[in-house]
Design a binder for this molecule. Structure first.
Ligand SMILES: [Zn+2]
Length: 244
């Protein structure tokens, strides 16, 4: 059931990834080719299988359908199932991190493909995180979530402002600040410093391997998301076994 739910939600995330950056309606039209507008028939709208069956091309005009469609429909169910094995269906944490991951997947791909973190995807995270902090059985109590989010927001704003003053250009985007503030409501002060450090380490590694040009900008969002997903699954291991 989680595999079906994940693949179907993944299919919806693909619609968000395609349409939110273009400010297009996410309801109308139903699944259609972004090149020729061909309405994809129901029998070709089955997650994963359809993409493989039509070999990633529109069956009418032959336009390539971006690979994110297949990747998102595969990783979403995998992450949901991994959450199930970690928390089970009775823990509130299963639902908390399922909701968080459902925000993070579109954020990852929109930032990676369009260099944007849309407010409509990042700011609601702050409220969702705070709501989960109020529920019984949660791992981060409300005082921790509120204080950490307020601190992270001010800290990153100050960092971005001073970088702008010194270097006369933008270093940290506003989207990154909202995203990290949202994420901090989910993890509190024990999680967010390490998520930030991991995100920076991943970004620096990526920069050294793939970019290497001083003036070429690159996005930070996908690294924040990757670090967060790793933290969701490995935080106990990292804190207990690795950091003692
Ligand atoms: Zn087409």
């Amino acid at each position: 059931m989680l595999a079906v739910l994940g693949a179907s939600l993944g299919s919806f995330f693909n619609v968000l990834i395609d349409r939110l950056p273009r400010k297009a309606s996410i309801i109308k039209p139903p699944s259609s080719c972004s090149d020729c507008g061909y309405r994809i028939p129901v029998w070709l709208n089955i997650p994963i299988f359809s993409y493989i069956f039509i070999k990633g091309r529109c069956s009418k005009c032959g336009a390539t359908i971006h690979w994110h469609h297949l990747v998102v429909e595969i990783i979403t169910p995998l992450l949901f199932i991994a959450l199930f094995y970690k928390y089970g269906l009775t823990s509130i944490l299963f639902y908390k991190y399922l909701v968080l991951i459902s925000f993070l997947i579109p954020i990852f791909f929109i930032d990676a493909l369009k260099q944007l973190i849309l407010h409509v995807t990042s700011i609601p995270l702050i409220f969702v995180g705070l709501i989960f902090a109020l529920l019984p059985g949660t791992d981060v109590p409300i005082a921790n979530a509120l204080a950490t989010a307020a601190f992270i927001f001010c800290f990153l704003l100050l960092l971005a402002w001073s970088f702008g003053k010194i270097r006369k250009k933008d270093g940290l985007g506003g989207g990154d600040i909202w995203l990290l503030t949202g994420i901090s409501t989910f993890f509190g002060y024990t999680g967010i410093p390490l998520i930030l450090i991991f995100a920076c380490v991943f970004a620096i590694a990526y920069y050294i391997v793939f970019i290497r040009q001083k003036e070429r900008p690159f996005v930070f969002g996908p690294f924040i998301v990757s670090a967060t997903v790793i933290w969701i699954f490995l935080s106990e291991f990292i804190l207990n076994k690795w950091l003692g």
